[in-house]
Each structure stands twice: as structure tokens, then as C-alpha cells.
Write a protein that binds this ligand. Structure first.
Ligand code: NAD
Ligand code: DAU
Length: 330
């Protein structure tokens, strides 16, 4: 099986490539990645079953050459960080909308199976005391330029399914954690701060809730959908991992042998979504998927250990990421 993975040099995509090599002996993987600040060839496993093509998903010629030879396209590539989208939305429009459009036109031409990776953020946010969770029927209501462009990309996929018969599925997942995540993101930022003797930074009061899932559970769900999902359907991926940010920072500090209050409150993210929560019952009941990583504390300890052991991987990103935060006052 020839698998084209866009964004395979990023966090979730590179973990997807690893899982694919481990669990799919028949798979050959081509990664199409622009190697932006968020992507790194060093995140990919060395294997003669993996080929990295450096290129942009909005480049129709490059895309078409690779789609032509693929059996399935798994589309992870995106500008993925909310804070960056608030600072400069343009790359988000270009990659998340124009890039997805370019891929859709190519899979339409070649009749190739397409799986679109999206986010729970397309649904906006929930109140802290709302008993509801996001379901596939929740209306779209994105808050940031990032989530608005992801929402737009989902709608493009739906339109290409309905109007052109493209064989696509969509998944909307909650917050991932695990190895190889860029240090701009919440959990790796705090771990690498502590490793560098810097105090973690909590936005606002830290009451915002995220629904954490291990990256390998996200990716096993993606393979389940590719294998058994129904064309045209949207599946929500989550593992019932709701925690507020303050609790997560305190867990990181405790797990690294620091006092639980050794962090700073910094200014809040504009338009900061309060709570995300996924109801994954459609994926569980219709496709029989179950998460394997049910112990967040244990997964977090493994993640801390990974960053401790892999400083050469993250050290180069750290100064640039913190320089961006300094400019934003966070
Ligand atoms: P990431 O920022 O770590 O990786 C994105 C990758 O895409 C990078 O390797 C980057 O170089 C590449 N890329 C960016 N623009 C490109 C372009 N124009 N052409 C080719 N490659 C390009 O992101 P991530 O956290 O791994 O997220 C992957 C996908 O999963 C995204 O679509 C994101 O919206 C979605 N998602 C992420 C999470 C999460 O918690 N991180 C949760 C749900 C969904
Ligand atoms: O829900 C899925 C989404 O999860 C994905 O679509 C995005 O690609 C991914 O980046 C993530 O978005 P968030 O904005 O939730 O993730 P982030 O890691 O940026 O922040 C998580 C929470 O932590 C959020 O409430 C903001 C807060 N935060 C973040 C940083 C970087 C802090 O308190 N301090 C920080 O230093």
C-alpha cells in the first residue's frame, strides 16, 4: 500500500509514519512536507520504506505527481498553532485552505482515497459547567484564524465529496500530547522551560480545559477510519481526557521534582477558547475503536522523559519559539 502523508515531518504526522512502519508491513510511505519552522527531517524514522519529499501542498504540480502514485492520502499538513494565527493569519489561509483545495483537486483527478485530519476547535468552545461535549452534529463555530481555516478546509472536503464524489473521510481530534511535539505548544513548552531552569507560563487563570489524547491513540483511530470508515463521514476522536491547564502545569512540575506553584501567570490569549470536550461514541460504537493510553499521568511522565533524553531535537527550536512569545508578551 502506497501511503502519501502530508505534514509527515511534524508532530502527529511523524508519529503516524512511525506507527505505520511498525504496524503495517505492507505500507510504503511518502512524506510531503514543506519543512516549515514546525517540521523536521530529524523527526522521521530512518527506513527504506519512507521517502521525504520537500514541497508545498499548495504546489499543484508537486502534489499531482505524488498523488498519482498513491493508494491513500493522509492529510496532516497545516499551520497548527493558534498563537501564531493571531499574530499573522496569512500562512494559515494559504496552507490550510489553498493547500487542502490543491490536494482535493488532485485526488479528484486521480480517484484517490483521502483522509482529512482536522480538529475539535472547529466547533468553538464549551462552558466549563456545560454537561455537553462536541458531537458530529455540533454546529461549526470557530474562534481563531487557525480554527476558522481548519473549519473551512473541512467544508471544502465535504463539498468535494458531495459534488465530485471524492472518496474522503474527516476526523476531528482533541489536544494531542506525546514525543516530537514542537516546543511552542503548551506541554513541551513547559517541560523544556523547566529543563532550562525557566518557570512555566500559564495563560490567564489557567482554568481553560483541554481534552488530552496520546498521539498514538489519535493515529490508531486514523487508521481505523481509513480501514473501516464510511466515505463522506466525519468521526470525532477523543479519549475522555479533560483537564484544566493549571492542573497540567502542576502535574508537570510535580513530575519534574519542582514545587507545584513554581510557575508564572502571563497575559491571556485573545479570544481564548474555554473548554473542548469530545464525545467519540460514533467512532467507538460504529468502528469499534478504543484508546490504549488511558493513564494521562503515565503518558505525561513518558513525554517528560522523552524531552529529557532528546534535547538535541528540541534545543534549536526553543530560542526562536520563546522569541515569538516575548514579542506577544506571553
Ligand atoms: P505541526 O505544526 O507539528 O506539523 C505540521 C507539519 O506540516 C509540519 O511538518 C510542517 O512543516 C508541515 N507543513 C506546514 N505547511 C505546509 C505546507 N504548506 N506544505 C507542506 N507541509 C506543510 O502540526 P501537528 O500538531 O502535527 O498537527 C497536524 C495536523 O493535526 C494538523 O492538521 C492539525 O490541525 C491537526 N490536529 C492537531 C492537534 C494537536 O493537538 N496538535 C489536534 C487535532 C488536530
Ligand atoms: O484541540 C485541538 C488543538 O489543540 C489543535 O487543533 C491545535 O493544532 C493544537 O495546537 C491545540 O490547540 P490549543 O490552542 O489548545 O493548544 P496549545 O498547546 O497552544 O495550548 C493548550 C492550552 O494551554 C491552551 O488553553 C492555551 C494554554 N497555554 C498555552 C501555552 C503555549 C498556556 O497556558 N501557556 C502556554 O505557554
Amino acid at each position: 500500500m502506497k501511503v502519501l502523508v502530508t505534514g509527515g515531518a511534524g508532530f502527529i504526522g511523524s508519529n503516524f509514519v512511525r506507527l505505520t512502519l511498525d504496524e503495517r508491513p505492507d505500507a510504503e510511505v511518502t512524506v510531503l512536507d514543506a519543512l516549515t519552522y514546525a517540521g523536521s527531517a530529524a523527526s522521521l524514522p530512518a527506513s527504506d520504506r519512507v521517502r521525504l519529499v520537500e514541497g508545498n501542498i499548495a504546489d499543484a504540480e508537486v502534489v499531482d505527481d505524488l498523488v498519482r502514485e498513491a493508494d491513500v492520502v493522509v492529510h496532516f499538513a497545516a499551520e497548527s498553532h493558534n498563537d501564531n494565527s493571531l499574530d499573522n493569519p496569512w500562512p494559515f489561509v494559504q496552507t490550510n485552505l489553498v493547500g487542502t483545495f490543491t490536494l482535493l483537486e488532485s485526488v479528484r483527478r486521480h480517484g484517490t482515497r483521502f483522509h482529512h485530519i482536522s480538529t475539535d476547535e472547529v466547533y468553538g468552545d464549551l462552558e466549563l459547567d456545560d454537561p455537553a461535549k462536541f458531537t458530529p452534529d455540533t454546529p461549526y463555530n470557530p474562534s481563531s484564524p487557525y480554527s476558522a481555516t481548519k473549519a473551512g478546509s473541512d467544508l471544502l472536503v465535504r463539498a468535494w465529496v458531495r459534488s465530485f464524489g471524492v472518496e474522503a473521510t474527516i476526523s476531528n481530534c482533541s489536544n494531542n500530547y506525546g514525543p516530537l511535539q514542537h516546543v511552542e505548544k503548551f506541554i513541551p513548552r513547559q517541560i523544556t522551560n523547566v529543563l532550562g531552569g525557566v518557570r512555566p507560563k500559564l495563560y490567564g487563570a489557567g482554568l481553560n480545559v483541554r481534552d488530552w489524547i496520546h498521539v498514538d491513540d489519535h493515529n490508531s483511530a486514523v487508521w481505523t477510519i481509513i480501514d473501516t470508515g464510511k466515505i463522506g463521514e466525519t468521526y470525532l476522536i477523543g479519549a475522555d481526557g479533560e483537564l484544566d491547564n493549571k492542573t497540567v502545569i502542576e502535574m508537570i512540575l510535580a513530575g519534574m521534582g519542582e514545587p507545584a506553584d513554581a510557575y508564572d501567570h502571563v497575559s491571556d490569549r485573545p479570544g481564548h477558547d474555554m473548554r473542548y470536550a469530545i464525545d467519540a461514541s460514533k467512532l467507538r460504537t460504529e468502528l469499534g475503536w478504543e484508546p490504549r493510553f488511558r493513564d494521562f499521568a503515565a503518558g505525561l511522565a513518558d513525554t517528560i522523559a522523552w524531552y529529557r533524553a532528546n534535547e538535541p531535537w528540541w534545543r534549536a527550536q526553543k530560542a526562536a519559539a520563546e522569541a515569538k512569545y516575548a514579542k506577544l508578551g506571553r
